[in-house]
Design a binder for this molecule. Structure first.
Ligand code: CUA
Length: 315
């Protein structure tokens, strides 16, 4: 799947301050570069003939003080605006107590190569898709299950590492409804490039509706093909890695599939979530995303039809 990743199109106060800092530092360093390069060019041209040397003078307190004080002012200024930005963008850490909802709105865990998304207040678990209400600052706790990943939604917030055994925090906020691209920004193995996710910002009322839908557990399908698919899912190893609420599949090694069919992408962005592409994925995940943790089960056509029919009922 192709997608753009706009870096200079902020959609949150945090991303706006990041863009502003970037532009300020770019102008300061661009200005210094222009002055230095200009002086070098001037000297090269003006004194190109060796007989034409400039007056040689040694020691000038005024100039020495100027070239020390000038850079110090610039460096202190850049440090000050950077620290101010870091304090605005980084959420203060909160000790998360299992079962409590104090202060943490979202827990995002990096896995090779997908993102687990948990809403502690509502118990919703999802993967590779984060739904948020607009105009609210959400405290996100970042974790990792294996290696270091980095959580990055350029239009909304800063990059922040997801580190095994250590929790990091960022604010996530969107000013306007929309779909924002997220990336893993730290090389984390073969499929680092396919560790994408989406942040979908809704008006608060729409977010409530989404939450209500997402909290519903799945019910047994009434269609025969889909029922056969469900039985197959539970019988095969699928249910030993994935969870689907309302069923006996409860493992969290692989993405939670409870509302799989309502998501936009498959395999952390590698495919669009359509019945055809889902079939391609199930037929051989290793051909689509080599090295991913889902093996090729060499399913028969009939089994693929059943599994696709079942998974499509998970809305
Ligand atoms: Cu995860 Cu790169």
């Amino acid at each position: 799947m192709e997608s753009t990743f706009p870096v200079f199109d902020p959609a949150s106060p945090q991303a706006e301050s990041i863009r502003d800092l970037f532009v300020q530092v770019l102008f300061i360093s661009g200005g210094i570069f222009a002055i230095v390069a200009g002086l070098i060019c001037f000297a090269l041209y003006r004194f190109r003939v060796s007989e034409n040397l400039p007056v040689q003078d040694f020691g000038s307190h005024r100039r020495e003080i100027a070239w020390m004080v000038g850079p110090v002012i610039i460096v202190v200024w850049i440090a000050a605006i950077s620290i101010k930005l870091i304090l605005t963008v980084n959420a203060l850490p909160v000790q998360y107590v299992e079962g409590s909802t104090d202060g943490i709105d979202l827990i995002v865990t990096g896995h090779q190569w997908w993102w687990e998304v948990e809403y502690p207040a509502s118990g919703i678990v999802s993967a590779n898709e984060i739904h948020i209400p607009t105009g609210k600052k959400l405290r996100v706790a970042l974790r990792s299950e294996d290696v270091i990943h980095s959580f990055w939604v350029a239009q909304l917030t800063r990059k922040m590492d997801a580190i095994p055994g250590h929790e990091n925090f960022v604010w996530l906020e969107a000013s306007t409804p929309g779909t924002y691209q997220g990336r893993c920004a730290e090389y984390c193995g073969t499929q680092h490039a396919w560790m994408n996710f989406l942040v979908i910002a809704h008006e608060p009322a729409d977010f409530e509706a989404w939450q209500k839908r997402e909290k519903q557990v799945s019910t047994a399908p009434d269609d025969q093909l889909a029922s056969a698919g469900e039985a197959l899912f539970m019988k095969l190893t699928c249910s030993q890695c994935h969870a689907i609420s309302g069923t006996e599949a409860k493992e969290d090694f692989a993405p939670d599939l409870t509302h799989l069919a309502s998501r936009a992408q498959l395999g952390a962005g590698v495919l669009k979530n359509t019945p055809e592409e889902l079939r391609t994925w199930l037929a051989n995940p290793q051909a689509v995303k080599p090295g991913c943790k889902m093996p090729n089960f060499k399913l028969k056509d009939e089994q693929l039809d059943q599994l696709v029919a079942y998974l499509e009922t998970l809305r």
